[in-house]
Design a protein around this ligand. Sequence first.
Ligand code: MYR
Length: 131
Amino acid sequence: TFNGTWKVDRNDNYEKFMEKMGINMVKRKLAAHDGLKITIQQNGDKFHVKESSNFRTLEIDFTLGVNFEYSLADGTELSGSWAMEGDMMKGTFTRKDNGNLLTTTRTVQNDELIQSYSYEGVDAKRIFKKS
Ligand code: MYR
């Protein structure tokens, strides 16, 4: 279900979320139109994700339930893991700089990949279409 290339189509409350994350206005404006594209290849418990945006391209490998490190485009470092809950991916990550929790989910609904984000009580979504 998650396999394929997904391009961001629209955001919901993403600027408020980034503000809570402490990202300044100029970067928020850029990041809201970052053209994020993710290619997901799942093989059992193992995932390979290619990410490309106006900011960068990178490739990540992770295994469900196994901690890994991930840096945001602004350099903020996270550590955590993804797990599968039914048809939903649930990510639990901790910011290394302040210890705060960032949770995220991915689901596929009606040919769209919906990624939710939650940080310090602020929730956002980014909705991707297959490309
Ligand atoms: C992946 O599966 O794509 C790699 C791991 C993703 C980790 C969590 C992503 C949280 C991104 C938050 C964006 C915040 C921007 C302020």
